[in-house]
Structure formats: C-alpha cells, structure tokens
Design a protein around this ligand. Structure first.
Ligand SMILES: NC(=O)c1ccc[n+]([C@@H]2O[C@H](COP(=O)([O-])OP(=O)(O)OC[C@H]3O[C@@H](n4cnc5c(N)ncnc54)[C@H](O)[C@@H]3O)[C@@H](O)[C@H]2O)c1
Length: 352
C-alpha cells in the first residue's frame, strides 16, 4: 500500500493510450472503419480550417533524420504531436517514423489525453490521402499503384479501398521483401493485389499513383515520361527539405493541392518549384472556395507532408471513442497539491 501522500488525486490523472490499447481499439472498431471515421473528423476540421492556430511544424534536423513538433488549436482544444523521420532506422530494426501526441483543454491548459501515435499516424495519413483522393481522383478510379511498400503501405491501400472504393493495388518497392510483406498482409482484405518488378509496371492502368518511399535525398520515384494524363498522384514520401519523390516536370503538368502552403513549400514536392508557384489549399476544395478536379485529362497531385490539424482530428476521434472501452491507463501526469501554491509541501509530504 502506497502512503497517502503518494496517491494521485483524480485531477492528477490523464488517460494514456498505449500501443497495446491503440491496437485493441483499432481491432474493436475495425481498421477500415476507423480510417473512415478519422477521415470524417479530418474533413470536418478542414472545413473549419480558418479558425485553427496554424504554424509550419518545428523541425530539428540532423544528418540521420528529423524530429518535429506539430502544434495546433481550435480555440477550445489544443493538440500537438512529436514525430521523427529517420530513413536509415529500418536497417537497425527501428521504425522510420514513431510518434506520440496530446490533447489539452485550452480553458485550463490541462492535458486531457496522451496517446501513442505511431499506429495512429499511419491511420491518419492514410485517411487524409483517401479523403483527398475521394474529391480529386478521376471518377471510377479502381486501381492504385503503391510505390514504397513499407510501414504506411497497407494502411494507404486499405483506406483507398474503404473511402474511395478502389478494388486493386499494384505494389512496387526497390526491396522485393517489402513488397512480399505488403502482399501477404493485404491478402484476404478484399483487394486484388499484383506485385510488380518496376515502377513502370506498377503504374500500368492505375488511376491513383501513391508514392510512399523513404530516402533522405531528392529521389525520382516517378519520372516525367511515366505519368500520363487523367491520374491522381498521392505523393506521401517527400516531406522534408531535400527529400522529394517526383520529377519537377510532373509538378509543372499537375494541378497541385496542398495542406498548409508555408509548411509544404519547405517540405513538399513543391520545394523544387518557384516559391510563388500556384497551389490550391485543399480545405478550399471542401468549402467550395476552390475547384478540385475539373477535367478527365487533368493530373491532380496531392503534395502531402502531414499537417498538425490531421493529428488533432485523429486524437479527437480517439478521445471520442475511448469512453467505456477501458482501453487506457489513468496516468499520474499532473502534480496536484492540496493547496495549489504548496507544490513544495506536496513534495515534502511524499518524503520516504
Ligand atoms: N505525408 C505524410 O503525412 C507522411 C506520414 C507518414 C510518413 N510519411 C513519409 O512516408 C515515407 C514512408 O514511410 P514508411 O513509414 O512507410 O517508411 P518505411 O521505411 O517503412 O518504408 C519505405 C519503403 O520505401 C522503399 N523505397 C525506398 N526507396 C525506394 C525507391 N526508390 N523506389 C521504391 N521503393 C523505395 C523502402 O525499401 C521501404 O520499403 C517516409 O518518407 C515518411 O517520412 C509521410
């Protein structure tokens, strides 16, 4: 039995969703259903885009990768995510991307949820991709090329199925083992899966082209001559200064949709273009303030880098679905002295 002075009060406790609990929550809801649910929350928040606090994420770069903080607030709730990106990590048995995040009450500043976000980032990234593709992809799009078959790839494929109704994916990765893993994981999920031996083969007959590779350099996953008219490109992997996936010629032939231009101009594919190159903020397509796809022959490009509001929406979704599940720990996170000014007294009463 702990001494009374060490027992946390209710005010000290913050719900914490561990990786194990997140996985249980995803299974309880269903992975596709949860991505569809998160997509609805993201769409709701994009429709009220203007009232959010927005800033490009705060990035700390090193030779090996990047560590970033992604804050935002809608005036009532504040949220942030901590996330890293280290392409060399997988060779050491570590993930390229890990994350955790928090929601807080703006009125008191008290945290109301702390959560793992490595799993949740994969769900929110895929939900965002599919939500955008639902509005921009050519009508009747049925086949997606999935280039880069790492951690995000199954989520990307299943979100496109659940939200956009695609029936087929064509997989390619420079590492054939990654492609084989992705194909095995997707078996039995209701998608036709074809493994391909080149990117050219993967994009054959696809109306949605997803690039989701990890390399800390200007890479050219798609060259200009590979991309014909009437496709939607979902470019996920170019999300850091000096890290892109598409030949600049493709960008010049595309109508480009972005999350938050001040961040995307630093991190996205458009870092390869003039700083004033015309782009559309995707939220304006949702509110009717900007056109989306206007012709069958157009190339639409979602230059995704991942923006704080998407994480905020995903955390909001988790918070709303958590009650009565028991799928969290009550974490003793906030010191709660009997007299709010007597923090030192609280410490002394806990002396062993
Ligand atoms: N836009 C966003 O919101 C967002 C969110 C999460 C991750 N990302 C980015 O997406 C990328 C993928 O993330 P992940 O977690 O799946 O990484 P991962 O390391 O698990 O997988 C990346 C895969 O890309 C493959 N690859 C590398 N170069 C390639 C090439 N030239 N052609 C084909 N395949 C190639 C690798 O073999 C690997 O299988 C990363 O760059 C990450 O930073 C973006």
């Amino acid at each position: 039995m702990k001494p009374a002075a060490l027992e946390p009060s209710d005010k000290a406790l913050v719900p914490f969703v561990s990786v194990e609990h997140m996985m249980q929550l995803i299974h309880r809801i269903g992975v596709e259903e949860m991505m569809a649910g998160i997509a609805l929350y993201i769409e709701q928040d994009f429709r009220r885009w203007e009232l959010f606090d927005k800033t490009p994420r705060v990035a700390s770069h090193s030779a090996e990768g990047v560590i970033e903080l992604m804050p935002t607030s809608d005036g009532e709730v504040y949220g942030f995510k901590y996330v890293n990106g280290h392409p060399k990590n997988t060779s050491e048995g570590l993930q390229t991307v890990t994350a955790f995040g928090l929601l807080a009450d703006v009125g008191t500043g008290y945290p109301v949820l702390l959560s793992e976000m490595t799993m949740l980032t994969a769900l929110r990234t895929a939900a965002t991709s599919a939500m955008v593709a639902k509005h921009l992809a050519p009508a009747g799009a049925d086949t997606m090329a999935m280039i880069g078959n790492g951690a995000q790839s199954e989520f990307q494929s299943l979100a496109m199925k659940a939200i956009c109704g695609i029936g087929n994916v064509r997989l390619y990765d420079t590492d054939a083992e990654a492609t084989a893993k992705c194909a095995v994981n997707l078996a039995g999920h209701g998608l036709g899966v074809v493994t391909c031996s080149s990117p050219e083969d993967a994009i054959e007959g696809a109306q949605i082209l997803t690039t989701c590779t990890a390399d800390k350099q200007y890479a050219t996953i798609l060259t200009d001559n590979m991309v014909g008219s009437g496709v939607h490109i979902n470019a996920i992997g170019g999300d850091c200064p000096g890290k892109t996936e598409l030949a600049p010629g493709i960008l010049r032939r595309s109508d480009i949709f972005v999350e938050y231009p001040p961040q995307t101009r630093i991190e996205g594919e458009i870092q390869q273009l003039d700083p004033d190159h015309e782009v559309t903020e995707f939220w304006q397509v949702l509110t009717g303030d900007a056109p989306g796809r206007t012709s069958d022959r157009q190339i639409t490009l979602f230059d995704s880098v991942g923006f704080a509001i998407e994480d905020f929406s995903a955390l909001r979704y988790v918070r709303d679905r958590l009650e009565d599940t028991g799928l969290y720990y009550a974490l003793d996170l906030l010191a709660d002295p009997d007299d709010p000014r007597d923090l030192f007294g609280m410490l002394m009463r806990a002396k062993p």
